[in-house]
Design a protein around this ligand. Structure first.
Ligand code: SAM
Length: 264
């Protein structure tokens, strides 16, 4: 079956075996490991994951590719579905799950955002994304690319850029550089905040990232919030990008403590 790459599904297929090997090596697979691959495409990475003896679950949106994959790999579980609508809690029964994906660029940050808080039993995830998205994910407070995505992901996972990838290793070639990232979950003791409140706080704060914190939070300001900033040594004149993920988590509890029934 001849398959034409679909731009709408971010289909830039890997054609360099060394890069595929390097990505799969970062998963540190031992035979029998459970590995979920998001967007396996023609199976460029799947083939190497398969060689390592992993138990593979693959999530692919393109029905044509699902048929090709089912033909090529008889012993892997292929779910033909949209990762954006997938209920990640279905994976709870798989302990120490490893996740891999050369993610479609247009939806990569949304997929990682969703996965970050829903995957309970993750060992690690290795994802390839557009370089600028990778930069935003790992950015620290005070830097230009630090924003809501950095705060959110770093509240659940520890991200690290492993290496950069040139457009030359894909067909068709994308117009951008890529990076491969590794994500390790933070311990449960670091996740003592409510995710809905955190998401709300991130949205409010970064909607007006150039404004001062005191101005953004004018309608919420009270003694408790004043004390919160004072105790952390954060001026009301600072900007959202000056606050660390832990500051955001603490602030979300102060701003929306009434909504606390909904624990993450
Ligand atoms: N892993 C293959 C490789 O490296 O050659 C393909 C990578 S390609 C960048 C992205 C893959 O994700 C494509 O196979 C595409 O069909 C699939 N995809 C795109 N959007 C998706 C979605 N929302 N859910 C699941 N898969 C998706």
């Amino acid at each position: 079956m001849i398959h034409r790459a679909k731009k709408s599904l971010g289909q830039n297929f890997l054609v360099d075996e060394n890069i595929c090997r390097k990505i799969v090596h970062a998963l540190d697979i031992i035979p029998g490991d459970n590995v979920l691959e998001i967007g396996p495409g023609h199976g460029a990475l799947t083939r190497f994951i398969h060689h390592k003896g992993a138990q593979i679950f693959a999530l692919e949106k393109d029905v044509e590719l699902c048929l090709i994959l089912k033909d090529r790999f008889q012993d892997i579980n292929i779910v033909c579905a949209d990762a954006l609508a997938f209920d990640w809690s279905r994976l709870e029964r798989l302990p120490d799950l490893k996740i891999a994906g050369n993610l479609p660029y247009n939806v990569a940050s949304r997929i990682i955002w969703d996965l970050a808080f829903q995957i309970g039993r993750l060992d690690r995830a290795i994802f390839m994304v557009q370089k600028e998205v990778g930069q935003r994910i790992i950015s620290r407070p005070g830097s230009k690319s630090y924003g809501g995505l950095s705060v959110w992901i770093q509240s659940f996972l520890k991200p690290e850029i492993l290496f950069r990838v040139s457009p030359k290793v894909f067909r068709p070639r994308p117009k951008v550089d890529s990076v491969v990232l590794k994500f390790i979950p933070l311990g449960e003791e670091k996740k003592i905040f409510c995710r809905k409140e955190l998401a709300k706080t991130i949205r409010i704060m970064f909607q007006s990232r150039r404004k001062q914190v005191g101005t953004i939070l004018r309608t919420y300001w009270n003694d408790e919030i004043n004390l919160f900033f004072e105790q952390r040594g954060i001026s009301a004149r600072s900007r959202p990008e000056d606050l660390s993920p832990v500051d955001f988590q603490g602030l979300s509890g102060k701003l929306f403590s009434d909504d606390r029934q909904i624990l993450s």
